[in-house]
Design a protein around this ligand. Structure first.
Ligand SMILES: Nc1ncnc2c1ncn2[C@@H]1O[C@H](COP(=O)(O)OP(=O)(O)OP(=O)(O)O)[C@@H](O)[C@H]1O
Ligand SMILES: [Mg+2]
Length: 332
């Protein structure tokens, strides 16, 4: 995640801090780029969650996160947390709201429906999951990612258990929602490769070097290399190509954790993490796991070091869907 200064908001408020018409009640989390608050509407008391961007983070970051959430909501994408109106006008906007800290500083924020994130309700906090719950989480998450990959040509780019919420509804079914679109990245066509790749625009550079390291696919560790023209020696750099299959790898690492309760990659430092992932050392954890052989085979394919060996998407089916199909068969 992007390194940042300590949070500057709220500055010793006399009253509860406000974001538009919402009172911020309790801080839920504090990530590299934002603070997440439990909140309630000051007039109708609607419970909400408000994400407030840190002062030192470029405004383009949250603007992009809100734009992606808005677009997904507009086409009624299943399995994605819903935006709520940020202002008093009851209109869901594609732009973040602007709030003021106690010191008069302006910060961006957006408002979401409040989901059951408590450890006793969010089954993602109760690992390992039983097979049927893993299958439901996979289908819930892949339904959202299918729209992102195929319809919008966007990758979530920060897939991991912490960014998934799942809870049992009163009828015993599992409700699944994908969160945290702060790292979402655009895929764009490239003349040299069959699949659209992450756009190497300067403002998107960090998508290669920042992220949740233990869930970052091997090809994302090669750093930003300009690949729309040959390098100095006249060579193209195929290792720089990052496409939707990076999401398949993160999903594989996530499913491994849901099934075993263990992280696929455990490391003390970023450098150790990089080595384990780039060299494929994590595959021994899959081999040694107490899982059926068929499940290990499916996971090993999604987690292949070389994206060519993972599930390949077709124009109308995300590679992740093929992964989920085989996983369901293997779990049966
Ligand atoms: N709509 C929501 N309802 C309930 N809990 C939420 C909601 N959104 C986020 N949370 C909780 O807050 C945590 C942090 O949220 P999120 O993942 O969006 O931010 P983050 O990881 O801190 O972001 P960043 O890394 O971009 O700063 C989540 O893991 C979840 O536990
Ligand atoms: Mg998160």
């Amino acid at each position: 995640m992007v390194p940042s200064a300590p949070p500057e908001m709220p500055a010793a408020p006399a009253q509860p801090p406000r974001a538009g018409p919402y009172a911020l009640e309790q801080q839920l989390g504090s990530g590299g780029e934002s603070l997440v608050w439990l909140a309630a509407h000051t007039v109708d008391r609607t419970p909400a969650v408000v994400k407030v961007q840190r002062a030192d983070v470029p405004t383009s970051r949250m603007r992009r996160e809100v734009a992606v959430l808005y677009a997904l909501q507009e086409v009624k994408t299943p399995g994605v947390v819903r935006l709520l109106p940020a202002g008093a006008d009851s209109v869901v906007s594609r732009e973040p709201g602007v709030m003021h800290t106690g010191t008069g500083e302006e910060l961006l924020y957006f408002v979401m429906e409040r989901l059951p994130a408590e450890a006793n309700r969010n089954v993602i906090k109760q690992l390992p999951l039983k097979k049927s719950d893993v299958r439901d989480v996979c289908f819930g998450v892949s339904a959202a990612l299918r729209v992102m990959h195929l319809f919008f040509q966007v990758v979530h780019n920060d897939l991991k258990p912490d960014n998934i919420l799942a809870w049992r509804d009163p009828r015993g079914g599992l409700q699944v929602r994908l969160l945290d679109f702060g790292q979402a990245a655009l895929l764009s066509p490239h003349p040299r490769w069959s699949l659209p790749c992450i756009t190497p625009e300067p403002q998107f550079r960090y998508v290669y070097v920042y992220g949740s390291k233990p869930y970052m696919a091997p090809e994302r560790w090669h750093g930003q290399v300009v690949y729309d023209r040959p390098d100095a020696s006249g060579q193209w750099s195929p290792e720089a190509v990052v496409d939707e299959r990076c999401e398949q790898w993160s999903f594989g690492a996530t499913v491994f954790e849901l099934l075993t309760g263990q992280r696929l990659v455990n490391s003390g430092s970023d450098e150790q993490c990089r080595r384990i992932i780039v060299n494929g050392d994590y595959l021994s954890a899959v081999r040694d796991a107490k899982l059926p052989a068929a499940v290990k085979a499916v996971l090993s394919r999604a987690l292949a070091v070389n994206p060519e060996q993972r599930y390949l998407p077709s124009p109308s089916v995300s590679g992740l869907d093929f992964f989920c199909r085989d996983l369901e068969d293997a779990l049966a």
